[in-house]
Design a protein around this ligand. Structure first.
Ligand code: PLP
Length: 256
């Protein structure tokens, strides 16, 4: 049964549909929002390599994973490596200190979106000191913000965004801090108005740019998933992370 559902999913059509919706939303959003056109990160967690290869064949390059072990396995998958030589992995899961050495060695690791403490940032920086990344560039990271204030969500409180951002950009030369990321509260009812998480996030973005004197278009905003990526783009998101609308329903997995 599960097998049948999986093969029924048309990954190529899914990618094209989401890209079209991104284009349309971007073209039609309020002219006051001037952030750059959003990047699609296809979230392939729990999904087989074959689906990644299929998505890659449409031109999709950025893929997101949120379990360390799964990212390591997919990063080392010889079929993915040979058929997707230019794949760019985003780690979007919770990062623990004891997994950092493993993760920084993943081939084609492009960005870690979930840096949520100075301790994690410092550990990443020192782990990178000890290895040679393929491209010898600093590793891109985003500062994760807990915009909803829910206890079970990771991320720094909005008031600490500027401080952590500044710490990374001034002190950690093996990291390139590229912007902010949030997951936010699930199931917002849009009939009651805009998503409060997105408002908090754009406020953090404004503060970071203002206080650190950064060009707003140079600070990424990663927010929006299958259910709300269009709403996120309307508010200024520059990275949307879309999984189930492309790859189909996921069986629930216990948090790793
Ligand atoms: C799973 C996941 C997504 C994608 O969620 P969908 O609702 O399937 O689009 C995006 N971001 C993070 C951090 C995730 O864990």
């Amino acid at each position: 049964m599960i097998k049948r559902i999986m093969t029924d999913v048309d990954v190529k059509a899914g990618i094209n549909l989401i890209l079209k919706k991104i284009d349309e939303t971007y073209a039609n959003r309020s002219k006051e929002i001037t952030s750059p056109k959003p990047l699609l990160v296809a979230v392939s967690k729990t999904k087989p390599s074959q689906m990644i290869i299929e998505a890659y064949s449409t031109g999709q390059r950025h893929f997101g994973e949120n379990y360390v072990q799964e990212l390591i396995e997919k990063g080392a998958d010889t079929e993915i490596q040979s058929q997707c030589p230019d794949i760019r992995w985003h780690f979007i899961g919770h990062l623990q200190k004891n997994k950092i050495n493993k993760i920084v060695n993943t081939p084609n690791l492009y960005m870690i979106e979930t840096v949520d403490s100075q301790k994690i940032a410092d550990s990443l920086n020192s782990a990178l000191e000890r290895i040679q990344r393929d491209d010898k560039q600093p590793l891109r990271v985003l500062v994760q913000i807990n915009t909803s204030g829910e206890e079970e969500k990771n991320g720094v409180p909005p008031t600490e965004a500027v401080g952590l951002y500044k710490h990374i950009s001034e002190n950690l030369k093996n990291l390139k801090v590229d912007g902010l990321m949030t997951i936010g509260r699930f199931g917002h009812d849009y009939s009651t108005g805009p998503n409060p998480d997105f408002i908090v996030m754009m406020e953090c973005h404004r503060k970071v740019c203002e206080e650190l004197n950064l060009e707003p278009s140079s600070v990424q905003v990663s927010m929006g998933m299958s259910d709300d990526f269009d709403k996120a783009i309307e508010m200024g998101s520059t990275i949307v992370r879309v999984g189930s609308s492309i790859f189909g329903y996921r069986a629930k997995k216990n948090a790793a």
